[in-house]
Design a protein around this ligand. Sequence first.
Ligand code: 5GP
Length: 350
Amino acid sequence: MIIESDLKLDFKDVLIRPKRSTLQSRNDVDVNRSFTFLHTQRDWTGFPLIAANMDVTGSMGMARALSRFGAMTALHKHYKADELAAFFRAEAESATLSNVFYSMGIAEADHDKFQAVKAKAPVGKICLDVANGYTERFVEVISRLREENPDTVIMAGNVVTGDMTEALLLAGADIVKVGIGPGSVCTTRKMTGVGYPQLSAIIECADAAHGLKGQVCGDGGCTVPGDISKAYGAGADFVMLGGMLAGHDECEGEIRYEDRDGNRVPVAMTFYGMSSDTAMHKYSGGVASYRASEGKTVEIPYRGPVENTMQEIMGGVRSMMTYIGATRLKEVPKRTTFVRVGAQLNTVFG
Ligand code: 5GP
């Protein structure tokens, strides 16, 4: 029996220590990053945030809205091939195209659907998504996709350790998605006992990826803008968000309305994991193998347009950068010193 006893940390276990700097204001900092991807040699510049390919958040409306902030969206995989082809064709000339991932699983049907879409429309980026990125089959699918699509950026996951990050990059992934069990509507840890504290997972996978000139996307577990800053500080090149982007107008979640003084006002939205009962019923068995364990279904407050949330997130990141004296987002990991804490928030008023 091996027990690893060095401490692994989550976002809630640390804070970022402020550092002296010459920066005057939040406007002096640049939150964009530029990458050249490992296998495709394609360039991308923008705010490295990705809406999760969950069917509430990974919507076409979200893709168009986030693209205005230079951020990305991984479209959910339940759109029909024709809808996807029409979307990619419609956005062919717009900035949105470079900010969108086509999502797929590893079943043969996923492969066929992708071929059909690709034949009709330009798809530049794929998000190859499985609950458990540790299987040999997964690595084989990445190799095959890479061979068939030499010019397409491939983001693949999820894994949580350096060895597997390297394996996926060597198989053909440009970006490795990191996170098992941290998600807001995920019950993997509860159902299987499997997982890895997300901050440590990002630190370890980023270190492995950067050694090979690949990138990582920290996926899941961000609950407040400060967690996104911590993910960047830990070395995440991209951060993927589900829960924090749910509840907005651009989402495809069901909205609950209430009557207030004779007006019908939106108050809440249903949000659920991609392997929750809700998702399984909706796609009648089609999703059963997508996630190894169940997710949950929750109702979250309705939050209006995503623009407000994006401003809050980007404002938080900018402010973090002034606290640590980082002019560009790229410098953040180098300027980050985490301090371990017993408690990070004052909760006296809830
Ligand atoms: P969040 O930002 O909401 O904390 O996490 C979003 C991530 O949770 C998604 O990108 C995906 O990796 C993960 N996820 C989504 N649905 C499920 C699910 O049903 N089960 C599990 N285990 N993870 C999920």
